[in-house]
Write a protein of this length. Structure first.
Length: 94
């Protein structure tokens, strides 16, 4: 089964006040200096899909991802199943 992530939107998630990431087909490389949010992107995807921190496999609470000083946050993930030829949107918020 193939899975393609089209878009990830983060709002008040760790270092991101609001950021939208659009992914292309194939390999996508995430680069940046320390503290830029590379791990946050992977963690947000893992949380949206599986409810776990994908980097260490541990279950986390959504509130652990919310930016300090903010009351709420949002993770929006648009994905497509290549095998089933269907699209889904996953939204997590608190």
């Amino acid at each position: 089964m193939g899975l393609k992530i089209d878009c990830l939107k983060l709002e008040n998630i760790r270092v991101f006040k609001y950021q939208e990431f659009n992914f292309k087909s194939g390999l996508n490389i995430i680069t940046g200096p320390n503290g830029a949010g590379k791990s946050t992107i992977i963690t947000a995807i893992g949380f949206a899909l599986f409810g776990v921190d994908y980097l260490n496999g541990m279950k986390i609470k959504f509130t652990d991802l919310i930016m300090r000083g903010c009351d709420d946050g949002k993770i929006e993930l648009d994905r497509k199943s290549t095998r089933l030829n269907s699209s889904h949107q996953i939204i997590s918020y608190a």
